[in-house]
Write a protein of this length. Structure first.
Length: 157
């Protein structure tokens, strides 16, 4: 390495450094990488939101299915037809504020979860059975409606 000194400043003729073009290219590559990571983060957040909504819907439907399975065969909730409960009496936190039904001061009417179940009476091989479909409709993301169904059969035993 050849150095020369002039007015207390050291000059290096053989020293290599980064040019402005190299720095700009490195920054462009880095920026593209950061944008990709940011895009991936947004996708992950949206997917988690949708998964949370579907999990809530599934749990609501499963709770209602278990409740209906525990009822006697001739209970009024198991008569043939479609059954709906008012949002302020269904036992669900419909609007996601942590309060359920009567405890919810601002009401559940504007909630994003609807629960209903439909019952069909059938007779198979001299056995009375009820086919039940529990449906949960939710608006989990950007107003898109998702419907989750759980079907089961209850026999008269």
């Amino acid at each position: 390495m050849h150095r020369r000194q002039q007015n207390n400043v050291v000059y290096c003729n053989d020293c290599q450094g980064y040019s402005l073009i190299e720095v700009l290219i490195a920054m462009a590559v880095f920026s593209i990488g950061i944008l990709a990571v940011f895009s991936m983060q947004i996708t992950a957040t949206n997917s988690n939101t949708m998964a949370r909504g579907m999990t809530e819907s599934y749990n609501c439907a499963l709770d209602k299915a278990e409740e209906l399975l525990a009822l006697p065969f001739n209970d009024a909730d198991l008569t043939a037809g479609v059954h709906n409960l008012a949002k302020n009496a269904d036992g669900i936190d419909n609007d996601g504020d942590g309060l359920v039904d009567g405890d919810d001061a601002d009401g559940e009417a504007a909630g994003y979860i609807d629960l209903q179940w439909e019952v069909w009476d059938t007779r198979v091989h001299d056995q009375n059975i009820k086919s039940v479909r529990v449906s949960v409709t939710s608006m989990v993301k950007r107003g898109r409606q998702k419907i989750l169904n759980i079907d089961f059969i209850k026999a008269d035993m």
